[in-house]
Design a protein around this ligand. Structure first.
Ligand code: ADP
Ligand code: MG
Length: 573
């Protein structure tokens, strides 16, 4: 129900001018502004609280967005993300006076990755719904009507005009946005048929501006990516046409080379390649299988009921590791758990960087085998399992290894980074392996058994806090408060935005209703992903919030596995 037009809204504001802040409640509802509809969903309680939640709806006739830009799927996702970024930027320029958060207009701004998100939605008919927050202006704790009027009646339609209408952009720019996103999805869909795990286009810019700035490095020192000739693959994309680049084959790939020569930078690009990137990012045509998962050591984390016996056998004092739990994992047990958890969630590839691994998990050389007999070493190093994981679980692996030649022996492909240039050194590596035998003994039988099923219990998740049924608070990209418990997602490197973290936290709450003690962890993940796939992110929060972004089942699994309150029963394999 529409409550009135812009004049009537201004009138109402006039009427409550100078009254206590709570009088703003009267503006809740839908208003017809010039060319768009403003819906005020929730009015903040006071000027210092989280700003009020609002939406604008703009019909297709007004946005003028042509059908080629709004096609469902890749195109509209790319477009919506671009519009959200523009809206957020223009909103940041709005200045206002008043106390507390008066006059702030805030939209969740997408980062370099292009994700489906809830801040801006574009429908096939070109209509748009944008969701954001407005700090309703106050003088002290009193309604500041003139200022509120200016924001709602003038600024909001101006923001719409600046960022949500076709006419606000060069049409070439929007074409690039939607075509880039479509090409990235098409490229990822080609990987399987080509037997590839990832593709890195020639000319890509992989290094980032800094450790805290994910935009591309832009100075004279950048060496654009170029594929080694033997690994070069040509692909045909719907918009860009023929593109050449390095195909990372399935199987075991080692990225090696000297320190500071660009190894981790390449791996990080592969990690992020599970998502699409915006035009100008440099990684638009770096794509990785959607189910590739970065794993690392994370000492101190909790592990609940995970079968790590593949990697770690009998512990000191007789502890078994077939359903291993600890509130304080070591480097090696945390890395073992991360790998098994990733496989359980359906990872098709593991991405590993020696910078973030536990050395004793990765290697055990001939001399250590001689000094510390297998009988008293519970760890079976990853080097002895990596090929078996591929054979028995179909899990490929890309490893950054500069320090241990033992891995050359188990690699199908060896890429060396030298001065930021990629070289295919597979043949040289094989020659080195033949010339310098390590004398290592392979210490394990050749097969990997199936994993047992873990059945999580609903009581693992309790989002209540005081009188609130669901209390979720996100601090930065990787810290979550769920009910009265803290969840540390610091080590989950493929989480890329706060909006994603927030969605993950709500997804855990949603997962609770599926955790009936009968469903296994992968079945619970299936259930949540299906619900989001079918009903969109709003299934996680019915209040029309604009601060959620799409996530993968793997990050949801990782979040679940790091809940210190997780309770599982382990069923036979
Ligand atoms: P490694 O893992 O081999 O030690 P890194 O990947 O961490 O090396 O890279 C070292 C430094 O070089 C980083 O500061 C990174 O931003 C920069 N760098 C990486 N690749 C390139 C490139 N292609 N061009 C320019 N600088 C790069
Ligand atoms: Mg490194």
């Amino acid at each position: 129900m529409i409550r009135g037009d812009a004049r009537e809204l201004a009138h109402l504001l006039d009427r409550i001018d100078g009254r206590g802040y709570r009088a703003y409640r009267e503006v809740a509802g839908a208003w017809d502004l010039e060319g768009c509809q403003l819906v005020i969903d929730h009015v903040q309680g006071d000027p210092f609280a989280d700003p009020s939640r609002v939406r604008v709806r703009v019909p297709g006739a007004r946005t003028g967005l042509p059908p080629w830009a709004c096609a469902a799927g890749s195109r509209s996702t790319g477009l919506a993300s671009h519009l959200a970024r523009a809206f957020a930027r223009h909103a940041g320029d709005v200045r206002s006076r008043g106390s507390g958060k008066s006059g702030r207009i805030e939209m969740e701004c997408p980062g370099q990755e292009v994700l489906a998100q809830s801040a801006v939605a574009v429908a096939e008919d070109g209509s748009i719904e944008a969701r954001f927050r407005i700090g309703l202006p106050a003088a002290g704790r009193r309604v500041l009507a003139a200022e509120a009027s200016r924001l709602l009646v003038d600024e909001v339609p101006r923001l719409v005009e600046q960022s949500l209408l076709f006419g606000a952009y060069e049409s070439d720019c929007l074409r690039l946005v939607v075509e880039t996103n479509e090409d990235a999805d098409a490229l990822r869909a080609l990987l399987d048929g080509l037997g590839l795990l990832a593709f890195v286009a020639d000319g890509s810019v992989l290094p980032r501006a800094s450790g805290v700035d994910d935009r591309p490095l832009r100075d004279g020192s950048v060496v654009p990516f170029a594929s080694p000739p033997r690994l070069r693959v040509d692909v045909d994309l719907p918009n860009a046409g023929r593109v050449s680049g390095m195909g990372v084959p399935r199987g075991v790939t080692v990225i090696t080379g000297g320190g500071y020569h660009g190894k981790s930078t390449l791996l990080r690009a592969l990690e992020r390649g599970v998502y699409n990137h915006r035009p100008g990012d440099g990684r638009e045509k770096v794509v990785t299988d959607h189910h590739a998962v970065k794993v690392r050591a994370e000492d101190g984390r909790s592990v609940i009921g995970v079968d790590i016996s593949l990697f770690i056998g009998q512990l000191p004092l007789g502890g078994t590791t077939e359903a291993f739990s600890t509130a304080n994992a070591s480097g090696s047990t945390s890395q073992a758990a991360a790998i098994v958890e990733a496989l359980e969630a359906g990872a098709t590839a593991l991405l590993v960087d020696e910078d973030t691994t536990a050395t004793n998990f990765m290697i055990r050389d001939r001399r250590m085998q001689a000094l510390v007999p297998k009988a008293v070493e519970p760890i079976t190093p990853f080097v002895d399992r990596v090929r078996q994981l591929h054979a028995s679980h179909g899990a490929s692996c890309v490893l950054v290894i500069g320090g241990s030649g033992d891995y050359l022996e188990v690699a199908d492909t060896v890429v060396a980074m030298r001065d930021y240039r990629a070289l295919d050194v597979t043949e040289e590596a094989q020659a080195v392996v033949a010339a310098f035998p390590t004398g290592r003994l392979v210490e394990v039988p050749g097969t990997v058994p199936a994993l047992p099923h873990r059945l999580p219990a609903a009581r693992s998740i309790d989002p209540r806090h005081g009188r609130r049924e669901v209390h979720v608070k996100v601090h930065g990209t990787r810290r979550v408060r769920l009910g009265t418990t803290d969840l540390d997602l610091t080590a989950i490197e493929q989480i890329v935005s706060t909006a994603q973290t927030r969605a993950l936290a709500l997804a855990l709450v949603h997962a609770r209703q599926l955790m009936d003690g009968e469903r296994s962890v992968p079945e619970v993940l299936d259930g949540v992903m299906e619900a989001v796939g079918q009903h969109g992110l709003d299934v996680l929060d019915a209040r029309h919030v604009g601060d959620l972004a799409a996530f993968r089942r793997h990050e949801l699994a990782a979040a679940l596995n790091r809940l210190r309150s997780l309770v599982v029963t382990v069923a036979a394999r």
